[in-house]
Design a protein around this ligand. Sequence first.
Ligand code: UDX
Length: 430
Amino acid sequence: MNISVIGTGYVGLPAGAGLAKHGHQVTCVDIDEDKVEKINNGECPIFEKGLPELLDEVVSEGKLEATTDTKTAVKNADIVLLAVGTPMDEEGNINLDYIKQASEDVAEGMKERNGYQTIVVKSTVVPGTTENEVIPILEQSGKKAGEDFGICMNPEFLREGTALNDFLEPDRIVIGELDEKSGEQLEKMYSNFNAPIMRTGLKEAELIKYASNSILATKISFINEVGNLCKELGIDVYEVADGVGMDHRVKRDFLDSGAGFGGSCFPKDVRALIKFMEENKVEPRILQSVIDVNVDQKTKLVEQLEQHYPDLTDKKVAVLGLSFKPGTDDIRKSPAIPIIQELKDKGAKVKAYDPKAIENMKQKHPDIQYTSNYKKALENTDAGLIVTDWPEFNSISRKDLKTMKRPLLLEGRRMEYDLDEEDTAGITWP
Ligand code: UDX
């Protein structure tokens, strides 16, 4: 099939490359000319495991190309995937500007299309958006949804860092459809995928995405709350999580306690669902607590540091790990951001290291010292805080701790290194 993907971000690009791998002819569209040029040269504009290799392969085979010309890309497409961002504004509302603009551009291309095609919303949008916002814009093409063209809402459950693999091997594919014909065409696109397909309505699909992210975020805040009790009791929250997770109704996944969840999805999507519930007169009691626990959790490491140094003025502190999780250079809503802020506010001198995210963190915190490896970050410091569990931090040795003024590592993430117990402490474990 001919597929056009609008937006080449963390969702659009892995999806485009994955569909090309499955034999489709893919055109990726972006307004950013630099990105388009990079993609056409087989270069990957984002850091995502396996994507540079696959992109190089499908571009050189002529299965994928990029363009800034939405009109032509839409005219030629059997299926158009809308995969632009839906960022959050100050009040927690999702910003629909990009999706509205993209829909307008798509409508222009639809005018020139001869024959049926299906437009698919992949961006995360609150229930009702596809029907009430996207369809009316697309119908400005003079065509009628459900008659002249198909429309689906097909949420994406990709994790950054493993996005390509998650796209190629999903747990399930959710197809929200306006009518049967729309859904059938999209189901055809996925015919080579080995995953159960759920066909449902547009609003249902939209809510499945928010409810999925919200329950995962709830599991994390829940285990962090239990972890805070564990810390008081001197017991290990990971043993508790292992025991609880053996119940197949709960599952062990997403019960890793730590410095809280960050990223572009959980914080934004839970907040957007809270706002949407309020607009619909439903009190979001659980989800508000999920956010509150998470906000407090992010800076708990600094509180714990103050138990060792009640006055942080001029204390040298290493912050290891700046991205919101390992395997990505993304720092959006990373716990490292408020942690560094608090340390600075309290007069500490921060040395920071991350294998991938230093350049991004420099935009947020330009006035701290960055080092080229974790050893240099730890040298001559009063304490080290581990905020992201990059595998390389498991190699931290007793020798590394000897270069510190005082050997003290506070873990915001569970590590597997072999260090003396008295030199380390976990955020929710001894
Ligand atoms: C998430 C969802 O997993 C994905 O399905 C959705 O499409 C987008 O949002 P992502 O944000 O890439 O993906 O990362 P994820 O691996 O889910 O982790 C999110 C945050 O939760 C990270 O900060 C991570 O450190 C934290 N986390 C995750 C925990 O603190 N404990 C856990 O057990 C799991």
